[in-house]
Every structure is written in structure tokens, then in C-alpha cells.
Design a protein around this ligand. Structure first.
Ligand SMILES: [Zn+2]
Length: 235
């Protein structure tokens, strides 16, 4: 059995955009890493790019084939089952799983947020260490944004049925809880060597038009937020 950290991304290119520096940094520290993309196994171009990126980082890369698209929902329990089969079939001893932040990075991409939900829930059930990555400082940024969630609550409350009010309140509590747990994570910054970053980005030629509008594609610092267990495991 191989002791590994499993890095799960929604789409090929996410690993470069949001956590390339972390893959380099964790590898340099002696951690063994396996990359997994949840989408695009049957897209030959993106599959080839992902393989090149994995090769660039010197780690094994695998893809699943869930539909790629902002509004497409995934079945949480099916993905969790398939992650478990993937781990068993590849004979991996997964010490920890790292995925997107619960704010979804670029424009709060719903599939990034969903990946966080699915993997954090999976780790809780299986008692596996968990962490998430980001290329901007979530603590300052998201706590500030959190204040903005209080005001819509007041408007939403006005004309709704009792059931909807309850649902709305539950949603706000969940958001509040998420803001709070951010404080419980250990933060670790990794710096991307700019020439390595540019090289890694150039692998994703098919995504270049999209990438050019992301100011974050120029980020030099990628941050890992690790829970207590993951903090102890990472070398
Ligand atoms: Zn993505």
C-alpha cells in the first residue's frame, strides 16, 4: 500500500491554477501525491493536458468522467462510492485528501464548491485528514464578505412561508458555520517559481482564452488550509 496525499480537483487545469505551488512544495517536503480530476476522462484534449501537467509535477494523474459545467450537479453519494473504489483499486493508503475551498475559487464555481462538500463529507465519514487550497487569503476576504450575508437574510424573511423562513435560516447558519471553521484550519503558504508557473499554465493550451481573464493565473502564492489531522501528517 502506498501512503499518499490525494489531491482532487473538479477540472483539469484547477491543479495548476489554484494549487500548483502546493503540489511542488508538498512534493519537495517528501510527501507522495496522487492527482485526481473528477471530470473530462473522455475529453481527449483535456485528458492529454492533464497527463502532461501531472508529468510536469512528477506525480500520477487520474481522471473520472463526471459532466463538466457550472450548473451541472453531481450525485454526491455516487461520487463518494467511486472515490472509495478508486482508492481501493489503486491500492492507495490515503493519509489525507486535499481539494477546493468551500468558496469555490474563480467566481465561486458550483462544481468547486460541490467538490469541497463531497470530499470533506467523505473524509469525515472515513476519518481521513482533510484540507483545501486557495490562491487567495480566505480568512480576511471571506470574513469580510460574510457580513454581506446578514442583509439579504432580512429581505428574504419578509414574504416567505414559515418553511421557507426555516430553510433560509438553516442556509445562513451553514454559511456562518463555514466562516467559523475557517478559523480552525492551519494555513500554509507555498510559493510558485514564476517560470515553473508559466510553464505549467502553458500546458493548458486549450484553456488559454479562459485563463487569460483569470487574474489568479498569475498568483505566485497558493495556500493550503489543513485540518488538525492533516497538519500532523504533512511532512
Ligand atoms: Zn475548475
Amino acid at each position: 500500500m502506498n501512503d499518499v496525499l490525494l489531491i482532487v480537483v473538479s477540472h483539469p487545469d484547477d491543479e495548476v491554477l489554484w494549487f500548483g505551488a502546493g503540489i511542488d512544495g508538498l512534493g519537495d517536503l517528501g510527501n507522495r501525491i496522487v492527482l485526481l480530476s473528477l471530470t473530462n476522462a473522455s475529453n481527449q484534449i483535456r485528458k492529454a493536458e492533464f497527463a502532461m501537467a501531472a508529468n510536469f509535477f512528477g506525480v500520477p494523474g487520474y481522471l473520472m468522467d463526471y459532466p463538466d459545467g457550472g450548473i451541472l450537479r453531481w450525485d454526491k453519494s455516487i461520487i463518494q462510492k467511486n472515490i472509495e473504489s478508486f482508492i481501493n483499486n489503486n491500492n492507495l493508503n490515503v493519509l489525507g485528501i486535499i481539494t477546493h475551498s468551500h468558496f469555490g475559487e474563480e467566481r465561486r464555481h458550483p462544481q468547486h464548491i460541490l467538490s469541497n462538500e463531497i470530499l470533506s463529507d467523505y473524509c469525515r465519514k472515513k476519518n481521513i485528514a482533510f484540507g483545501f487550497f486557495s490562491c487567495h487569503d480566505l480568512i480576511g476576504r471571506e470574513l469580510y464578505k460574510g457580513v454581506g450575508h446578514i442583509f439579504p437574510l432580512l429581505f428574504e424573511f419578509k414574504n416567505h412561508s414559515l418553511f421557507e423562513k426555516f430553510k433560509c435560516l438553516a442556509k445562513q447558519c451553514k454559511l456562518f458555520w463555514r466562516f467559523k471553521i475557517i478559523g480552525g484550519y492551519a494555513r500554509r503558504d507555498f510559493t510558485f517559481n514564476p517560470s515553473r508557473r508559466d510553464h505549467a499554465l502553458s500546458i493548458y493550451a486549450s484553456q488559454f482564452l479562459g485563463l487569460s481573464e483569470y487574474q489568479w493565473s498569475n498568483a505566485n502564492v497558493h495556500t493550503l488550509y489543513a485540518d488538525k489531522k492533516l497538519k500532523r501528517i504533512i511532512k
